[in-house]
Design a protein around this ligand. Structure first.
Ligand code: B1M
Length: 211
């Protein structure tokens, strides 16, 4: 099974979309723990891709192929990450902020939140502050979750928090942020209610809002 999981890592790094499904199914059939496969092999493969990109060894098209391969693998893991059988415990609106197209981390947060019994409304990527405000009015969520992967787009999180305040809605929702360039200090600085280092922690923080 270790061999198959290493092959999954390599398949994502190589962006071999055709190969991923059979390998993930083989690993799951052999009893692989979905969270181990996800955290120790699939996400680390994306980190490797990021490092290669940074060194100039690969370019955006390769990065995109790896992302598609990762997403195809995640689709197969989703039922296992989501199937908790718990009753709906609240509503979460999720978005990747304006200017940013990275959505794999956000999608994971969505899957984990669904698994914890939340109804998830995913607004997608490149979402502007006024669209978040409109979604709060329409969906009346308990929590808004924002994701950003770029140092150039993390500032959009502050614009969103400010827009929600200006719309007079700030006391109606909790706002959690996440993504590689942000941390708890940044959440405090922009007036967000919480920060999640990874999808699992994000759900713990979302749960803690109720307490
Ligand atoms: Co981009 N990219 N990318 N990219 N990309 C990064 C982020 C980068 C770090 C790569 C690098 O240089 N090492 C770098 C950012 C540098 C910086 O700003 N500091 C970068 C760059 C520069 C760019 C472009 C500018 C490249 C260019 O065009 N020259 C461009 C920007 C496009 C745009 O957004 N406007 C770009 C484009 C792309 C692709 C489209 C090709 C593709 C994304 C496809 C997609 O998402 N559908 C892509 C990819 C794949 C990456 C890397 C390789 C992988 C990202 C990923 O999916 N990781 C990335 C390098 C890296 O991250 N190591 C990189 C796996 C995922 C599970 O992790 O999203 O971090 P992550 O989510 C984590 C946590 O952050 C957290 O939970 C998840 C784990 O459980 N989390 C949350 C995320 N959101 C959360 C929300 C929460 C809580 C936790 O609460 C709501």
């Amino acid at each position: 099974m270790e061999k198959t999981m290493k092959q999954i890592y390599e398949t994502i790094v190589q962006g071999d979309l055709k190969g991923i499904e059979a390998l993930v199914n083989t690993a799951l059939d052999a009893g692989a723990e979905p969270s181990v496969l996800l955290n120790e092999y699939m996400i680390t493969a994306m980190d490797e891709i990021g490092e290669r990109f940074e060194k100039g060894e690969i370019y955006v098209p390769e990065m995109l192929l790896s992302a598609h391969t990762m997403q195809a693998g995640l689709k197969l893991l989703k039922p296992m990450l989501v199937d908790s059988g718990v009753e709906p415990s609240g509503k979460v609106v999720l978005a990747t902020v304006k200017g940013d197209l990275h959505d794999i981390g956000k999608n994971l947060v969505g899957m984990m939140a669904e698994g914890a019994g939340y109804t998830v409304v995913d607004l997608g990527v490149n979402v502007a502050p006024d669209a978040i405000v409109a979604a709060i009015k329409e969906e009346k969520p308990d929590v808004v979750g924002l994701s950003a992967l770029l140092t150039t787009t993390m500032v959009m999180m502050k614009s969103i928090v400010d827009a929600v305040s200006e719309a007079g809605l700030r006391d109606q929702v909790k706002i959690i942020i996440g993504g590689a360039p942000v941390d708890q200090d940044y959440a405090d600085e922009i007036g967000a209610d919480g920060f999640g280092r990874d999808a699992g922690q994000a759900v713990q923080v979302i749960r803690s809002f109720k307490a």
